[in-house]
Write a new protein. Structure first.
Ligand SMILES: C[S@@+](CC[C@H](N)C(=O)[O-])C[C@H]1O[C@@H](n2cnc3c(N)ncnc32)[C@H](O)[C@@H]1O
Length: 268
């Protein structure tokens, strides 16, 4: 797995740079005619380290960028339906990385948005946005903390999140970087929220694929919840829809892939 590493950045940096990899896939998709998703801000986060990591991933997994794009599409569609048809007041992006939904999705206007990520990532993102755009998106509250820290929901509440208001939680590209204890701690915190039919958009990869795709310095420590659907069901979440990204690429790009990477929309 050594060849998957980008020289000169340790585990923290690698995990943070994984956010740039996602941005590069978004930026490339946004330049296409009739893109599946459009993120006009994604190019701001293109870094040489991210480009090297994406190149390395694509060398092994030619579907990698397509997976990232159809994952976004699945999440955006669920988010849109919930915002347009149901009374959602808040969106929380956990492990937000370079997520720019607050600025790029009109239907989020007027709703509170919280972006949670490790303090270094939040600082780096704010610095890029300030220098490139001159200001930060107005609706966003940035929260620099670890989601595996017991009590992170209290940190979120101190930042203005109201647990009694209906919310959407985006958990995109996050849980396979956490230890299994971290994942448990994270979902325990979410399970303590009042049951308001909040929506949780989560993606997850199989242990097998994680071992092949992520180098040991980057991935969390197995055992992961191998079956994310029963993991969520056991914690009181009801599955609204789940799909394999390989099937979604079949639907949107005409190419089916086998690697097990799920996207899930769950309600609780
Ligand atoms: C692959 S990126 C995904 C970013 C974003 N969700 C997206 O899809 O564009 C993973 C993100 O998770 C963040 N992350 C990793 N461990 C975390 C933790 N314990 N608490 C909060 N964020 C974390 C990283 O800093 C990084 O920004």
């Amino acid at each position: 797995m050594e060849e998957n590493k980008v020289s000169g950045i340790g585990r923290e940096g690698q995990v943070r740079r994984s956010a740039d990899v996602v941005s590069i896939a978004r930026a490339q998709e946004s330049q296409k005619e009739g893109p599946l998703i459009c993120d006009p801000y994604a190019h701001l986060f293109v870094s040489p380290e991210g480009e090297e990591m994406l190149r390395s991933a694509l060398g092994r997994w030619p579907f990698f960028a397509e997976y990232l794009v159809v994952r976004d599409k699945f999440f955006d569609e669920h988010l849109r339906v919930l915002c347009e048809k149901e009374d959602v007041k808040q969106m929380v992006s956990l492990g937000a990385g370079n997520d720019m939904r607050a600025a790029r999705l009109d239907f989020l206007k007027g709703r509170k948005v919280f972006e949670v990520d490790l303090p270094d990532q939040i600082t780096a993102k704010k610095a890029i946005l300030k220098s490139e755009l001159g200001k930060l998106p107005e609706e966003v509250t940035y929260v620099g903390t670890s989601v595996t820290e017991p009590g992170f929901m209290l940190v979120l509440q101190k930042a203005g999140f109201v647990p009694e208001e209906r919310s959407v939680f985006i958990v995109e590209g996050l849980i396979y970087y956490l230890s299994s204890e971290g994942v448990d701690c994270f979902f325990d915190e979410l399970s303590h929220l009042p049951s308001l039919r909040n929506l949780f958009l989560v993606d997850h990869i199989s242990i097998d694929f994680s071992q092949k795709a992520l180098d040991p310095e980057k991935r969390g420590k197995p055992p992961y919840p191998e079956n994310v659907l029963s993991y969520l069901s056991n914690r009181g979440f009801s599955i609204r829809e789940s799909a394999l990204l390989g099937n979604l690429t079949g639907k949107y790009c005409g190419k089916n892939y086998q690697e097990k990477w799920w996207v899930v929309a769950a309600i609780r």
